[in-house]
Design a protein around this ligand. Structure first.
Ligand SMILES: NC(=O)c1ccc[n+]([C@@H]2O[C@H](COP(=O)([O-])OP(=O)(O)OC[C@H]3O[C@@H](n4cnc5c(N)ncnc54)[C@H](OP(=O)(O)O)[C@@H]3O)[C@@H](O)[C@H]2O)c1
Length: 248
């Protein structure tokens, strides 16, 4: 049993990797910081470390080429980041990089591995999306938009797989704030409590093995239900108070 986890050196991806290791999976773990990956996984014999910057789409193709003959059972698309602030003020470069990582890398890896999974009628893909994918997010507009892309892509492809009675399972994990390095990278402070990253990863992995389409931690279920029934003007008004930029 083999799994590929992107963003496996920190936060949700690190704990998803631990869960899969405990279940006996051989892992291919990806992040940019090789030394950090080596420090975390040094003692694990069944882990292959791959240091790549997935903001570069050529590296996504390269990653697929490296692993296409390895009979991967699970792809966890997880590496991602955000940025907070007024859209007119935030860094265009950081946002374009974010779109490359949060959207293009997920898209490329999902498509390439899905084609192989569909051919053999077996495999799982877990896209780490976010509660942010279900709504617009003032003061974090670009990040929320990247997650909307993942939510809508995952849902549509899920339906296609269902209609084909495919043996391939597609899930997306949609937590609210999780206690990771995310806030530091995104210069953000959320005005809602965060959940523990280990707990979040357990929920994600459990949900994936239960073939759940949408995996939402219990602390966000009411928010999800309210977003679904509320007019967009109300969602915008409430959500504009949910996050603020902090400069350290
Ligand atoms: N934390 C939250 O509140 C929250 C809530 C909902 C959804 N999410 C989503 O959960 C996912 C994981 O985030 P996290 O909270 O666990 O954040 P994190 O602790 O900052 O971890 C991000 C991981 O992605 C890797 N990464 C970042 N840029 C990369 C790149 N260009 N190429 C390859 N790997 C890269 C990082 O390693 P390197 O820096 O070494 O590359 C690290 O391993 C993201 O998609 C995020 O949007 C997070």
């Amino acid at each position: 049993m083999k799994a590929l986890v992107t963003g496996a050196s920190s936060g949700i991806g690190l704990y998803i990797s631990n869960e899969l290791l405990n279940l006996g999976y051989d892992l291919f773990v990806v992040a940019r910081d090789k030394k950090k990956l080596e420090k975390i996984y040094a003692k694990k014999k069944n882990v292959t470390i791959i240091s790549l910057d997935l903001e570069d789409k050529d590296n996504c193709y390269k990653l697929y080429e490296m692993l296409k003959d390895k009979d991967i059972d699970i792809l966890v698309n997880n590496a991602g980041f955000g940025d907070a602030g007024k859209f007119v003020d935030t860094s265009l470069k950081k946002e374009v990089d974010m779109i490359h990582l949060n959207v293009i890398s997920y898209h490329v890896l999902m498509k390439l591995f899905l084609r192989d999974f569909v051919k053999r009628d077996r495999g799982r893909i877990l896209n780490v999306a976010s509660m942010a994918g279900f709504m617009p997010g003032p003061y974090m507009a670009s990040y929320y938009a990247t997650k909307s892309y993942i939510v809508n892509l995952t849902l549509a492809v899920w339906e296609e797989l269902k209609k084909d009675e495919s043996g391939v399972h597609l899930s997306m994990f949609c937590p609210g704030p999780v206690d990771t390095n995310f806030n530091h990278v995104a210069n953000v402070k959320f005005n809602v409590p965060s959940i523990d990253a280990e707990k979040a990863a357990k929920i994600a992995v459990e949900g994936m093995f239960k073939n759940k389409k949408i995996i939402i931690p219990s602390n966000m279920k009411l928010n999800y239900a309210l977003v679904k029934i509320s007019p967009v003007s109300l969602v915008l008004a409430v959500n504009s108070n949910m996050q603020e930029r902090v400069d350290e």
